[in-house]
Design a protein around this ligand. Structure first.
Ligand code: 2NL
Length: 343
C-alpha cells in the first residue's frame, strides 16, 4: 500500500522540523511524548494502523521500524547536545592524537640581557635588582644631579607625585647597594627604565638598561677600560674595533663614551642607515665614580675609588641583530619573535 509509506515519509519530515526547534529539556520531552507515547504517540497510532493491513504488512512494518529507530536516535543525540560538555567528553574519541601546544619562549631582549649578564658573571660580578618606582633622592639627588638639571624636566621623567617617579636609569639600585654594603663591590644591574618619549625607531617610553659598578681600593681608569673592552669583544667578537671618547655625566669624573665600529657597514662610512655614515656607533657610557656620590653613601673617597658604566639593552640588541626599529621588540609579532627562540 503505497499511501501508507508516503504517510511514514511525511511523519519523518514533520519530526525533523519539530526536532530543529528543540532548545531545552522540556520541549525535548514533549517531542518524545508526541511521537513515542504508548497511548497517543504518532508512532503508536501508526503501529496500530499497521495491524489492519494484510499483504503490505511486512513492507510497511519494516519502514515503520526504521522510522522508529531514526526518531529514537535523533532524540538521543538531541539529549546529549543539550547535556553539554560532560556528555560530549563521554563520546570523545580518546584514541585521537593530542593537539600540538605552543610553548612560550624567552623574549629576545631577555636572552640578550642574559648574554650580557653571563659575560660579567665570568668576571666575578653579581646581579642586583631594585624597584621601578623610585624617589627623587635615589634617582637624581644621590647621583649628584644639580637641582635644575634638564633630566629632571617633565619632558624626560615620568613623575607619579612630586617625590615619586619611574626611574630614568638603574643607577638608584647602585646607590641602594652602596648604602647597605661596603667595598669591594662588583655588580651589574639589569632592568626596565622609563622616559617621557614619543615612540620612534630609536626611542620608547619604556626600555631596558644594564648598568655596572666596581668599587674597591686602587681602582683606576685602566680597570674600566680593560673590563669594557673585554665585555665588548665577547659580545661582538674579538675583532671588533673599540674607541673611547671624552664625555660628561653628573655622577662620574672623568667620563667617557665607548663606540664600536658599525656592525652593518663595518666602518666603511658612506650612506649607512645604522651609523649615519660616521662608521662608529655609541654603545656605552662610563666613568670614574664622582667623589661626591661616594660621600652621599658614606664611602670614603680618599680610601676607595670605582668606575661605573651603563648601556641600553634594546639599543645594543638592535646593533647586534641588525634590527632597524626598536618597536619590533614590543609588537609581539610571532614572525619576529620566533627568529630568536632557541628551537
Ligand atoms: C649611559 C651612561 C652611565 C653610570 C651610568 C653610575 C652609577 C653610579 C655612580 C656613577 Cl651609582 N655612575 N652609572 C655611569 C656612567 C654612565 O650610563 O649612557 N647609559 C645608557
Amino acid at each position: 500500500m503505497k499511501d501508507f509509506n508516503d504517510i511514514i515519509e511525511e511523519y519523518r519530515k514533520t519530526f525533523d522540523e519539530d526536532a530543529s526547534r528543540i532548545k531545552d529539556e522540556k520541549s525535548l520531552q514533549e517531542l518524545r511524548n508526541l511521537y513515542l507515547s504508548r497511548k497517543r504517540g504518532y508512532l503508536t497510532l501508526l503501529f496500530e494502523k499497521l495491524k489492519t493491513l494484510k499483504p503490505e504488512r511486512p513492507d510497511v512494518g519494516e519502514n515503520l521500524n526504521t522510522l522508529k529507530k531514526y526518531i529514537q536516535g535523533r532524540l538521543q543525540s538531541l539529549k546529549e547536545e543539550l547535556a553539554g560538555p560532560e556528555e560530549t567528553i563521554k563520546r570523545a574519541d580518546l584514541t585521537l592524537p593530542g593537539r600540538k601546544r605552543y610553548w612560550g619562549a624567552p623574549h629576545p631582549i631577555l636572552l640578550f640581557q642574559q648574554e650580557i649578564e653571563n659575560i660579567f658573571f665570568g668576571m666575578g660580578f653579581s646581579i642586583e635588582e631594585g624597584p621601578d618606582i623610585e624617589t627623587d633622592y635615589y634617582n637624581f639627588e644621590a647621583l649628584n644631579f644639580p637641582p635644575h638639571h634638564p633630566a629632571r624636566d617633565d619632558w624626560d621623567t615620568l613623575y607619579i607625585t612630586d617625590d615619586l617617579l619611574l626611574r630614568t636609569h638603574t643607577s638608584p639600585v647602585q646607590i641602594r647597594v652602596m648604602e647597605k654594603r661596603k667595598p669591594p663591590i662588583r655588580i651589574i644591574i639589569p632592568g626596565k627604565v622609563f622616559r617621557k618619549e614619543t615612540p620612534d625607531p630609536t626611542h620608547l617610553p619604556m626600555f631596558y638598561q644594564v648598568e655596572g659598578l666596581v668599587v674597591d681600593r686602587g681602582i683606576t681608569f685602566a680597570h674600566l677600560k680593560g673590563t669594557l673592552e673585554h665585555f665588548l669583544k665577547v659580545l661582538f667578537t674579538e675583532k671588533i674595533k673599540i674607541r673611547f671618547r671624552p664625555s660628561f655625566f653628573p655622577f662620574t669624573e672623568p667620563s667617557a663614551e665607548v663606540d664600536i665600529e658599525c656592525t652593518v657597514c663595518s666602518g666603511k662610512k658612506g650612506e649607512c642607515r645604522v651609523c649615519g655614515g660616521g662608521g662608529w656607533i655609541e654603545i656605552l657610557g662610563a666613568g670614574m665614580v664622582d667623589p661626591q656620590v661616594f660621600k652621599n653613601v658614606n664611602i670614603d673617597p680618599e680610601k676607595y675609588s670605582g668606575f661605573a658604566f651603563g648601556l641600553g639593552t634594546d639599543r645594543t640588541a638592535m646593533f647586534a641583530y641588525h634590527i632597524p626599529d626598536m618597536r619590533f621588540f614590543y609588537e609581539n609579532d610571532l614572525r619576529f619573535l620566533r627568529q630568536f627562540s632557541v628551537k
